[in-house]
Design a protein around this ligand. Structure first.
Ligand code: MN
Length: 398
């Protein structure tokens, strides 16, 4: 028995709830609908016609339960990272996700920013290790250097959900990624710097107090080889590299900003499939200045650490269109909303190169230049400057 599309349209209204403006574009509600279609087809194959309606109701309620039981989770430890979390949350909404959105925050987050988060996320949960009498606090006393790392581990405590996808606040989705909920713990994409390690900016996991306590104990005893959550999680889930390819997410679910430059032909071939951008590095999108008239980031886009500027401009476009109006409602002071408060400017400037572009040196052969590039010694201010890379990209894409 086949199912007509109009029938599915009816289903969609029923089990996806009232469509918000962001979710009515038909973009990403496609995935659960296709899934429902498959489930319905399967059930009808195994059920007699008189039972089909019953099975349908059962599957629809099962889908709804899934939707409520699963969440995207992020963490913001200060007001700057809240900006990232807001853009991430907004991008997930725009993707038409059917899952919940949860933000963990620490006490450093101000009330107006917290109130704004509550407009985008279904749940905003304060995690305060210092104030808690639990094992996390005890672990922190022994390993004070793991402060933020241990805060991130709190995501395993969200046992109101059966499965979650954790995403760093410096990530942004470009299309629906609800299919990630079909993966098991711990699924993640390779880290570009050491591909036998996964990057912990995006990962699928199952909340569990048992796992949470094991992670804390592990952190206390072994620490983290990189001083952060990625080192800890890679040691804890050490079978990731070799055991189950289903737990290796394709790189397009966590495309790091550095990869565009370090493997340009691959970016050229596969970059258009990107689903999640991760703004790795110390200079974050909110550290840049954006010109809303030209819809582009001003100034230092030749910074080799920053992602392809189209992604950065997308981040700022989402921020300007969807987030700034929310912040204005909260009367967050102007300094906060523009992304140019002094601490951030200092941080950004300290990572900026201010030297003038060096002249192109014709004496370097293209072989030599390639070798230097591969050794990470690209001439970013000269022949390998962003403008030149962009010209090259444009010529490929024409
Ligand atoms: Mn990150």
């Amino acid at each position: 028995m086949s199912i007509s599309f109009s029938h599915l349209e009816g289903c969609r209204g029923l089990f996806l709830g009232s469509p918000s403006a962001a979710r009515s574009d038909g973009l990403a509600s496609e995935n659960p609908v296709l899934r429902a279609e498959r489930l319905l087809t399967e059930s009808r194959r195994t059920n007699s016609d008189e039972n089909a309606g019953c099975a349908e109701v059962h599957i629809q309620s099962k889908l709804k339960t899934h939707r409520l039981n699963q969440s995207f989770v992020t963490l913001a430890t200060n007001d700057s990272y809240v900006k990232g979390a807001l853009v991430l949350g907004s991008s997930l909404q725009q993707s038409g996700t059917t899952r919940k959105l949860t933000a963990l925050i620490t006490p450093q987050v101000s009330d107006p920013m917290r109130n704004t988060l509550e407009k985008v996320f279904d749940e905003v949960i304060l995690v305060d290790i210092l104030d808690s009498g639990d094992s996390a606090h005890l672990a922190l006393l022994k390993r004070p250097e793991l402060g933020i790392t241990l805060t991130k581990l709190h995501c395993w405590e969200l046992t109101q959900f059966s499965k979650c996808v954790f995403m760093d606040a410096d990530t942004m989705v470009l299309s629906n990624i609800d299919e990630l909920f079909e993966r098991e713990e711990l699924s993640a994409a390779p880290d570009p710097g050491w591909p036998d390690c996964f990057n912990s900016g995006v990962f699928v996991y199952r909340p569990s107090i048992e796992t949470y306590n094991q992670l804390l104990q592990f952190a206390t005893e072994k620490g983290s080889f990189d001083g952060a959550d990625q080192g800890l999680l890679n040691t804890f889930f050490s079978s990731w590299a070799t055991t189950d390819m289903n737990k290796h997410l394709p790189f397009i679910y966590n495309l790091s900003s550095t990869s565009v430059y370090s493997y340009l032909p691959a970016f050229k071939a596969f970059g258009s499939n990107t689903k999640v951008v991760h703004f790795l590095g110390s200079t974050k999108p909110w550290n840049y200045t954006y010109d809303s008239r030209t819809k582009s980031v001003e100034g230092n886009i030749s910074d080799p650490k920053i992602v392809h500027p189209e992604f950065l401009n997308m981040w700022w476009d989402t921020y300007t269109v969807n987030i700034l109006p929310l912040l204005e409602q909260q009367e967050v002071d102007e300094e906060n909303t523009t992304g140019v408060n002094m601490a951030e400017v200092t941080e950004a400037v300290s990572h900026m190169s201010v030297s003038a572009p060096s002249p192109v040196l014709p004496s370097i052969s293209s072989e030599e230049r390639k070798a230097r590039w591969e050794q990470g010694q690209a001439d970013y201010m000269g022949v390998d400057s962003f403008d030149n890379i962009k010209k090259k990209l444009d010529s490929y894409l024409q």
